[in-house]
Design a protein around this ligand. Structure first.
Ligand code: GLC
Length: 498
């Protein structure tokens, strides 16, 4: 554990001041930073006087009541920022409180509570007698009743960042945290009907929290799963967790090989898929998922650069989802789930397809959108998710931080800088929208909230990474050891199962 000296940034009020940054990058930058910090400050949620999180949006016209909640996934960028800026006490309180809320989950008739599931969001309710109560949503109230699978993963990633950044191993070793971690890892590692090393989830179980054809084995969940498994190193062995630590380590190895091999798409792989023979039984077949070449969408062959590649969005029996999902791709590169070669090729794709993946606001959440009959069937005719909007091809400012992190890890910080430059010049003037619309993200999202907090914290965090790339290691977001290439023999999984 690397003990870190306390940050020299101020601790009061909540935000650290933007003087944490060395020098302004352009004339109005200090105004932009001040506005971002103001939004962050105004969004702080306090419980019994202590800051414990931030609201998702301060827009009074936000369409749903729960935008005033603190979402676990939304808070993560604010939490990384707070660690860097000397407010680790807030992060610790948040981590401990989220764990305590587990007990609030209501039992559904005839079902056992999944013990590792953490809430999507929570709020502080003031009762008539003036006392405060925490009220959590485990997906039982959320629009569409979606399961927040990513919450427990983001919590784990944040826990590891907190422990590594502050050196506070004592917190990780408390019985509550050990129990929480064991539950999360056991839940993720429990086998049900799995034949793949990837994690099977329902639709809308992560940042894309609506019907969008992202059920099955979506890339973003696999990238978070990989990062979650790493946190097994926080378990103490004396608690009888040896088997769990070992299982997590082995699963992670298999998961990595599998994602690197089967999710990866470059022109050679596309050629293979294009000429696949089908209906093959047995171990030694190349088309293990029985993909019909006819299912390759027309856009792919023209879009995929010669010297590029990326991870496809989803994979399962008879199914490759060829869409480019930014968050999953960038997290995979940041955390080393992508091999160094793959990370480099992914950055070539970003450079070659800049207008599609960045355009006028980083970054496109999903490229390309689904339309027509596919949109009707996949989204259930969702008017928020019309083509080039919201989750269906909208541009989300929060994605600037994983993008910048990936660009640094892949040795293409120039791309991160360029994307950051596009974002920082627009966001304040547009009042920090949640997302942008259009093929190139030129318009503010039709139904987007303004004053969306993670649009500001994502930018501030990316700014820290660009200024001091060492923060990625300090937050344990990148691989500890030297990067390993894809040298290992591909696993049998996926092959043997069909
Ligand atoms: C939307 C987003 C989700 C986010 C929430 C709060 O539902 O899809 O990812 O957590 O808003 O900002």
């Amino acid at each position: 554990m690397n003990e870190r000296p306390p940050s020299s940034c101020s601790t009061e009020p909540l935000h650290a001041s933007h003087h944490c940054f060395a020098s302004p990058r352009f004339a109005d930058e200090s105004a932009v930073l001040a506005d971002a910090y103001r939004l962050l400050d105004d969004a702080v949620i306090r419980y019994e006087g202590q800051p414990v999180g931030t609201m998702a949006s301060l827009d009074p016209r936000a369409p749903a009541d729960n935008y005033r909640d603190c979402f676990v996934r939304d808070f993560v960028s604010a939490a990384f920022l707070m660690l860097i800026e000397g407010r680790s006490d807030v992060v610790r309180e948040f981590l401990a409180m989220i764990l305590r809320m587990r007990g609030q989950q209501e039992e559904l008739e005839g079902q056992q509570i999944a013990p590792g599931v953490l809430p999507a969001s929570f709020r502080v309710v003031t009762l008539d007698d003036g006392s405060e109560q925490l009220s959590a949503d485990f997906g039982d109230r959320a629009i569409g009743r979606v399961a927040p699978v990513d919450s427990m993963m983001w919590w784990t990633v944040l826990l590891r960042a907190y422990v590594r950044f502050t050196g506070d191993t004592a917190f990780a070793h408390t019985p509550e945290v050990q129990r929480g971690l064991r539950m999360i890892l056991s839940l993720c590692l429990q086998s049900r009907f799995e034949v793949f090393p990837t994690l099977l989830v329902p639709d809308g179980s992560f940042m894309i929290d609506r019907r969008m054809g992202v059920n099955g084995h979506p890339l973003e969940i696999q990238a978070l799963f990989d990062m979650t498994l790493r946190a097994a190193d926080l378990l103490t062995v004396d608690e009888g967790s040896h088997w769990l630590i070992d299982l997590a380590r082995r699963r992670r190895g298999v998961l990595r090989d599998y994602v690197r091999r089967y999710y990866w798409l470059d022109i050679d792989r596309l050629n293979e898929v294009h000429r696949f023979s089908t209906e093959k039984f047995g171990h030694d077949v190349d088309n293990v998922f029985n993909i019909y070449p006819e299912s390759i969408p027309e856009w792919v062959a023209d879009w995929l650069p010669d010297d590029g590649g990326y991870f496809v969005g989803n994979l399962g029996p008879g199914r490759i989802d060829f869409r480019f999902f930014s968050q999953g791709n960038y997290l995979a590169t940041m955390a080393g789930l992508a091999s160094p070669r793959q990370g480099g090729l992914q950055m070539n794709t970003l450079a070659d397809r800049w207008d599609d993946l960045i355009g006028q606001m980083p970054a496109k959440l999903v490229y390309p959108p689904v339309r027509g009959a596919e949109w009707r069937l996949m989204t259930g005719s969702d008017p928020k998710n019309v083509p080039w909007s919201y989750h269906n091809g909208g541009n989300w400012p929060v994605l600037i931080w994983p993008l910048v992190a990936a660009s640094i890890v892949a040795g293409r910080q120039d791309l991160g800088e360029r994307a950051f430059h596009v974002a920082e010049r627009r966001l304040m003037n547009d009042s920090w929208p949640e997302y942008y619309d259009g093929r190139h993200g030129r318009l503010i999202g039709r139904r987007a909230n303004l004053h969306q907090v993670w649009s500001a914290t994502g930018m501030l965090l990316a700014r820290h990474f660009l200024e001091d790339p060492g923060q990625l290691a300090a937050l344990a977001l990148i691989e500890d050891g030297p990067p390993e290439e894809d040298a290992r023999t591909p696993p049998d999984q996926g092959g043997g199962a069909t």
